[in-house]
Design a protein around this ligand. Structure first.
Ligand SMILES: *Cc1c(COP(=O)(O)O)cnc(C)c1O
Length: 362
């Protein structure tokens, strides 16, 4: 069935090994592999769970974690919730999550109560915002950080496992030796002030790996949370390819349902398209226009690239994408399949769409 994402498990395993070599061997960091971008696909999760170098499986959605908590535990891995939890999901968090990234004391208290019911001690990672301005207690408000720690330490069923930072997300702030050193400093201050030991200082996502190669990851950072670097082989700080990785472990395949020679300029008054945008057209004369049966409901047009470099995506709507196949000079016909590599946004949407079939190369 099409559309389809073909997932090459061998290439993914190879990517994972390459990233683990850098992260674990050179960076001395434990590995949280992030499964949200593949919607916790069962086969991908299985491969990750069975890889010895992986320490944690992490996701932002509790339903994804619930789906694989057993598999993770059977393989000796812990589960991590990446998105700070909703109060309304706290029962599930206590049930399925081994390590919870969190930043609100009221939510931590609720988690404490749920953990108590289960007779468990819940590990948490207190998030510190080092300037990216998404989740975490703002790093300049040291008093608020210490106050939170004090309240956490008073809770019987919560264990402050460590602190973490997220960068290069909302504010697109790049991890550097300076901002990560400042995080380590905060962790050391917490340890000194409260006489405790923090097991983990989690230094960010795929955008932090480049620091290892440059020898600039500060001592003390001992964990990274890695999604895109494993799945697509990207260093996301400066958009470079990580050595030894492949970008094409995921291939999107869609079928041509119409192929006709038509003008490149629509005829009539131009209004707005199906998504309320005013389109821009370039007159390229007559064009071989292929319509493929996939649309914005299933993928992200800006995050997919035809494998055949003679092809170009012209645009699309909910259920259709139009591809200029003129340069392929008659090599395509109706019923043929066009293949695309995916970047982050496209991969996320394709893997989440129930309309996109998943197949595996093992
Ligand atoms: C998604 C996410 C990650 C993984 O990000 P990548 O860029 O895919 O490595 C790490 N941490 C948090 C908190 C996330 O939400």
């Amino acid at each position: 069935m099409y559309p389809q994402v073909s997932i090459n498990i061998k290439k993914l395993r190879n990517n994972l090994d390459a990233v683990a070599k850098t992260t674990k061997e050179h960076g001395k960091c434990s590995m949280m592999v992030v499964t949200k971008c593949v919607c916790a696909d069962e086969e991908v999760v299985k491969m990750i769970a069975e890889t010895p170098a992986v320490d944690f499986l992490a996701d932002s959605r509790i339903s994804n974690i619930a789906s694989y908590a057993d598999v993770a535990h059977k393989n000796g891995k812990k589960t991590v919730l990446l998105r700070i939890p909703m109060q309304s999901e706290i029962v599930e968090v206590a049930k399925y999550v081994d390590l919870c990234m969190i930043s609100e004391i009221e939510t931590i208290k609720l988690l404490n109560a749920e953990a108590s019911k289960l007779g468990k001690k819940q590990d948490i990672l207190l998030m510190i915002d080092m300037g990216d301005l998404r989740e975490g207690i703002f790093f300049q408000n040291k008093d608020l950080i210490f106050e939170a720690v004090q309240q956490i330490l008073a809770l019987d069923n919560i264990n402050l496992y460590g602190v973490g930072v997220n960068l290069t997300c909302y504010g697109a702030i790049i991890p550097k030796n300076e901002n990560l050193s400042a995080l380590v400093e905060i962790a050391r201050e917490i340890e000194a002030k409260f006489g405790i030991k923090l097991e983990m200082i989690s230094g960010g996502n795929s955008s932090s790996i480049y620091l290892i190669d440059k020898g600039e990851l500060p001592d003390g950072i001992n964990n990274l949370r890695l999604g895109e670097s494993v799945l697509l082989g990207n260093d996301t700080a400066y958009s470079t390819r990580l050595p030894g990785t492949d970008a094409d472990a995921f291939i999107l395949k869609a079928e041509i349902v119409e192929l006709k020679r038509k003008p490149s300029l629509p005829i009539g008054e131009v209004g707005v398209d199906a998504f309320g945008q005013k389109p821009y057209y370039e007159d390229r004369g007559l064009m071989d226009r292929a319509i493929i049966a996939i649309g914005k409901q299933d993928t992200d047009l800006d995050s997919m690239e035809p494998v055949d470099s003679r092809l170009e995506i012209m645009g699309g709507s909910s259920d259709h994408i139009i591809v200029d196949v003129t340069k392929a000079k008659g090599d395509y016909k109706v019923g043929d399949i066009i293949e695309f590599t995916l970047s982050y946004g496209g991969l996320l949407k394709c893997m989440t769409s129930k309309y996109v079939e998943k197949t595996y190369v093992k």
